[in-house]
Design a protein around this ligand. Structure first.
Ligand SMILES: Nc1ncnc2c1ncn2[C@@H]1O[C@H](COP(=O)(O)OP(=O)(O)OP(=O)(O)O)[C@@H](O)[C@H]1O
Ligand SMILES: [Mg+2]
Length: 586
């Protein structure tokens, strides 16, 4: 009976409301490519100008698109590539290939994407060396020359001679030689992975190994602090010579315009009133750096909330309720794109930030207690003074009566002694407090502190592994997996990934053990690569790094999202990936 009621209410929740608000909900999905790119005419024009020579058979300039996240870089590239593909009469002279470097981080993955675009299907995912894959790409490009243009019976790897090029120009055949235009979107992933130089150098110098093959690249980057000329080898930057196209952040008016156009296509008229659009725009631009994706997500969630509450149009309450969800969803997206190491580090920072917050809260309580103590001491002092004054008045009254002339200095001196004692206590307390409250290094974890905690966790994980090894040998795996770490080595600080409980997870060194544990993603880590991972988290706008003047080279690290949300989402992502791996193994 109870179950029936629950099922009924569940199916009620699943049913769409009688009056749907959405015309097409997909329009508000984050991967939707809009028909119209608003407010980017100048950037599109500049890109088209730089690419145009490719349509005449000349190699286009290499391009670097830079701009903060959600400034329309990827959208513009998709638009341009779609236009190139559909241009009548170009006969495939310019072959655009889009590579998402977050997904394809190795040379093999990048060349597989290119191969797939040229050949129409993916190469075998394993068993072929990179060199063979590159050969296949070059051959596809060369044979493409025959199928796209007119076959000239060329089989070898010979560059056309000058006279051949001249006769090509005269006969107009030059335009038939295809050029690969590869967009490496979010190039910082390749830089962090250490594969950028190898990939770029293979692409830009492909003509050396495969004469006649020509490639131009478009690099897309959202980390404005990244200096590509320092991140890449000199040999690569010299053949790159990229022309920069900058994508400025959208203004509030532009954000409103984009949201308005999306709402117009996604919902029925009147569902999102102008005042609601203003509110969503205000909320979006209040978070710095301004991120259009937050606005699009907030718009979608507000409409969903309104639909759920059976409102005929989105209300201010719907927007307020959706606001919290939007930030968390955005954060979830960021966390899911991190590598295991980056995620472990982020989780560690969240934990240390949480500890710092607790310390800060304790310091605040101590400060409040000291203030109360100070107040009480002041009151006591006032009471004593009042009492003394009353006694003095009384005594001087008596003296007047007795016509005696004497002073009451003794009482005053004892009063001063008492005051001095009280003020000493409060002074000492406040010195402590000022230290705790005003010193930013005590409040926020620094890169140095994070690095030493990371080292502790690596060490603890090694001990854990050793004890599991030993226990496995002794046939006591289950007991060892559940056991608390040996007393003595722990510093008492527990990391996010410190294995303490018997949670079923992704991988185990002992397939037969019923209680596998999650190995810590770092087995060792130099300060340089640790700092690179910090930089990578900064590039996703998950943390802020602030240089601190002081002894040693250390920076204050601040988390840009609520520590509790970050920790929760990191753990959920880890569990999700663990489940995925288990399914794959099965
Ligand atoms: N000018 C625009 N007109 C319409 N929609 C836009 C425009 N610019 C961005 N968008 C939308 O905003 C979202 C983010 O855009 P996009 O992915 O192009 O940003 P990006 O600059 O590539 O961001 P990132 O650097 O984070 O990859 C997408 O959903 C896209 O449809
Ligand atoms: Mg992008």
């Amino acid at each position: 009976m109870q179950t029936d009621t629950r099922i009924q209410s569940f199916s009620r929740s699943l049913r769409f409301s009688d009056k749907p608000l959405f015309k097409d909900a997909d329009i508000l999905e984050c991967d939707h490519i809009p028909d119209q790119v608003l407010f980017r005419d100048d950037e599109l024009e500049e890109l088209a100008f730089l690419i145009r020579p490719g349509l005449r058979g000349q190699r286009p300039a290499n391009i670097l698109c830079r701009g903060l996240p959600a400034t329309g870089k990827t959208t513009c590239i998709h638009h341009l590539f779609a236009e190139i593909r559909h241009l009548p009469g170009t006969g495939g002279t310019l072959i655009p290939v889009y590579v998402n470097c977050q997904r394809s981080r190795t040379a093999f993955a990048v060349f597989s994407t290119i191969y797939q675009e040229l050949v129409g299907h993916a190469p075998p995912s394993s068993g072929i060396p990179l060199r063979r894959l590159m050969d296949a790409v070059a051959k596809a490009l060369q044979s493409g020359r025959q199928s796209w243009g007119e076959s000239r019976g060329e089989t070898g790897r010979r560059s056309p001679t000058q006279s051949e090029r001249q006769s090509e120009r005269q006969s107009g055949k030059q335009s038939e030689r295809p050029i690969l235009l590869v967009c490496l979107d979010d190039i910082h992933h390749l830089i962090h992975e250490g594969t950028a130089t190898q990939i770029l150098s293979s692409l830009l110098r492909i003509y050396l190994d495969y004469p006649g093959c020509r490639v131009s690249v478009i690099l897309v980057e959202s980390d404005l602090s990244l200096d590509l000329s320092r991140a890449l080898d000199r040999s690569v930057t010299s053949s790159l010579c990229a022309q920069e196209v900058f994508f400025a952040p959208y203004t509030a008016t532009q954000i409103r315009g984009i949201l308005k156009e999306r709402a117009r296509q996604a919902v029925y008229p009147g569902v999102v009133a102008p005042v609601i659009l203003d509110l969503i725009t205000d909320r979006t631009t209040a978070i710095l750096p301004v991120d259009l994706r937050v606005g699009l997500d907030l718009l979608k969630r507000s409409i969903l909330r309104a639909e759920r509450a059976a409102h005929p149009a989105v209300t201010e309450e719907d927007v307020a309720a959706a606001y919290g969800d939007a930030r968390v969803t955005y954060l979830r997206g960021l966390v899911s794109g991190l590598t295991g190491k980056e995620r472990a580090l982020l989780s560690l920072i969240a934990e240390m930030e949480e500890e710092a917050r607790v310390r800060e809260e304790e310091a605040r309580i101590r400060e409040e207690e000291a203030r109360i103590r100070e107040e009480e001491a002041r009151k006591r002092e006032e009471e004593t003074r009042n009492r003394e004054e009353a006694r003095n008045r009384e005594e001087s009254g008596l003296r007047e009566t007795d016509e005696l002339d004497s002073s009451g200095e003794k009482g005053e001196s004892s009063e001063n002694d008492e005051n001095d004692e009280n003020s000493d206590i409060s002074k000492n307390d406040s010195i402590d407090m000022i230290d705790m409250i005003d010193d930013p290094m005590k409040r926020r974890p620094t890169s140095g502190q994070i690095y030493s905690r990371l080292q502790e966790m690596i060490e603890e994980d090694h001990r854990r592994r050793r004890s599991l090894d030993a226990a496995a040998k002794a046939g006591e795996v289950a007991a060892a997996t559940c056991a608390e770490p040996e007393p003595g080595y722990s510093t008492g600080k527990r990391g996010a990934h410190t294995p303490t409980s018997c949670t079923p997870t992704s991988w185990t060194p002992f397939p037969h053990t019923p209680f596998p544990y999650t190995p810590f993603p770092y087995s060792s880590c130099s300060y340089t690569s640790f700092y690179e991972h910090l930089r990578s988290l900064e590039s996703y706008k998950l943390i802020g790094i602030k240089g601190v003047q002081g002894r040693g080279k250390t920076s204050a690290i601040t988390l840009r999202y609520a520590a509790a949300d970050v920790k929760r989402l990191c753990e959920a992502e880890e569990a999700r990936q663990g489940e995925g791996e288990k399914m794959e193994k099965r």
